[in-house]
Design a protein around this ligand. Structure first.
Ligand code: BEZ
Length: 215
């Protein structure tokens, strides 16, 4: 069997732009995301259980994302009518409102641009993708999950903080980094810098693996 190949955006690419109908009205992505961190995430289908838990998870973290200057935008290959009915149903049943826009990608054009349509998994539903896009509209981190496994909100939040902290402090984040943990300082680039590094009081395995506190 032949696999259909759709383009896959890569880390470091400028985010593909689009203009679409969403649950908050028509929207041009580059305008919505302008000068802000943005998380674009897809779900396979409205009125399905795993998707409902995930969308509820994003909605409940509204204050966290606002505090970290990050906009949310969802997507599925469903009609705007299905989206509206689902949003309303979840609000009625649970009291949780999905306030962020949800894209009605009925012609699959956005899903194809973002590699969310992975035909080996499903020909008609988007996989569970998460794109972290920075204020320069550059894709910085991508997650793809299959239809039958929900994402991890702690990891989504941790990854966002790791990206933002790395940018702000010109450092890298070690395995399992969490806010408050030490960060990795860039390796020295000259022989003199190496000598300085070896004399420093950084926590050091060797010159190429040294950590510091941020406070
Ligand atoms: C779900 O969200 O529960 C789901 C959606 C599509 C396929 C499988 C599960």
């Amino acid at each position: 069997m032949e696999n259909t190949i759709y383009s896959m955006p890569r880390i470091g690419d400028i985010a593909p732009d689009f203009e679409v109908m969403t649950t908050t009205g028509m929207l041009k992505f580059s305008e919505y995301a302008h000068n802000s961190w943005t998380i674009l995430f897809s779900h396979p289908a409205d009125f399905t259980p795993v998707c409902t838990t995930e969308m509820t998870g994003f909605a409940l973290e509204k204050d966290f994302f606002k505090a970290h200057e990050t906009k949310l935008i969802g997507l599925s290959i469903d009609s705007i009518h299905a989206h509206i009915a689902w949003v309303n149903n979840v609000r009625e049943k649970t009291g949780v409102l999905f306030e962020f826009p949800i894209i009605a990608d009925i012609d699959m054009s956005v899903a194809k641009k973002y590699g969310m349509l992975q035909p080996g998994e499903s020909e008609t539903a988007a996989v569970r993708a998460v794109f972290f896009i920075d204020p320069a509209f550059k894709i910085r981190l991508i997650m793809y999950y299959p239809l039958n496994v929900g994402r991890n909100m702690d990891e989504i939040k941790r990854a966002l903080l790791a990206l933002q902290t790395s940018d702000a402090n010109k450092c890298a984040m070690p395995l399992d980094w969490r806010p408050g943990d030490k960060v990795i300082v860039p390796a020295p680039k000259t022989v003199d810098a190496l000598q300085e590094r070896l004399k420093s009081n950084l926590e050091m395995v060797d010159f190429y693996l040294a950590k510091r506190s941020l406070d």
